[in-house]
Design a protein around this ligand. Structure first.
Ligand SMILES: [Mg+2]
Length: 239
């Protein structure tokens, strides 16, 4: 991580879907986990895993499960749905830990991400904010070229609150040394997590989304700017 700079404004960047290709990392990790224990590792299993996982994350965001339960129960549910009891050589715990290991190794940058952050790093201080598990997100960032460009990494699992909750944005501002939120630009691909959360925290916001995605009707989710890809961010912020 770089040395703190003087009075430069900050850019607070979401990781997955904004800088890192989570879909690719997830798909590879699911396939390797299943193949590693001799289970079918096809597109159908990946799709099933994603549906189950999305339900568990939604439950976590509503506070009706915990990160620890989510880790194992998503795999228990996939096994229950696809593999008869008598055919199981391993339990969900083995799959759960194998998956986290594979996922942690999946640091794939989205096109233009590294160049954009490198260019911004001269004029802005860089921080990252991500909803995810610490033992997945820390190694993924560390394995990418982004780690050396940023000063701060805030992970929902460590803070105990996920975007858009105020608590994680407050934690990010504290980690940045307490800048006024108006000099911190929040950049992300999720209207509900990044844009709504950043707005509520008093930050200017940039939504990274292809032009086909409709502009949000809910004022609480309306970004100050939209870019079609992360590569457009330096030009936007330099004005
Ligand atoms: Mg994202």
């Amino acid at each position: 991580m770089v040395q703190p700079g003087g009075q430069l404004p900050w850019v607070l960047l979401d990781l997955d879907g904004t800088l890192l290709d989570y879909d690719r990392a997830e798909e590879e990790a699911v396939r390797r986990t299943l193949a590693g224990v001799g289970l079918p590792a096809d597109a159908d299993m990946v799709a099933r895993y994603r549906r189950i996982n999305a339900r568990h994350w939604s439950a976590l965001e509503r506070g009706v499960t915990t990160a620890a339960r989510l880790r194992t129960e998503r795999w228990a549910e996939l096994l229950d749905a696809t593999v008869p009891d008598q055919d199981r050589d391993v339990g969900p715990e083995v799959l759960a830990s194998s998956y986290v290991e594979h996922l942690a190794a999946g640091a794939y940058l989205l096109p233009g991400a590294e160049a954009a952050v490198a260019e911004l790093a001269g004029a802005f201080r860089i921080a990252y904010i991500t909803n995810g598990l610490a033992d997945v997100q820390r190694p993924r960032l560390a394995a990418s070229a982004l780690a050396d460009l940023g000063e701060v990494l805030v992970i929902s699992d460590e803070v105990g609150a996920a975007k858009p909750a105020a608590a994680i944005f407050e934690a990010a501002l504290r980690a940045m040394g307490g800048p006024h939120p108006r000099v911190v630009t929040m950049v992300g691909d999720s209207l509900s997590a990044d844009i709504a959360g950043g707005r509520a925290a008093g930050m200017p916001t940039v939504w990274v989304a292809p032009k086909e995605q409709p502009w949000p009707t809910d004022p609480a989710r309306r970004p100050d700017h939209r870019i079609g890809a992360i590569g457009e961010l330096p030009a936007l912020l330099r004005g």
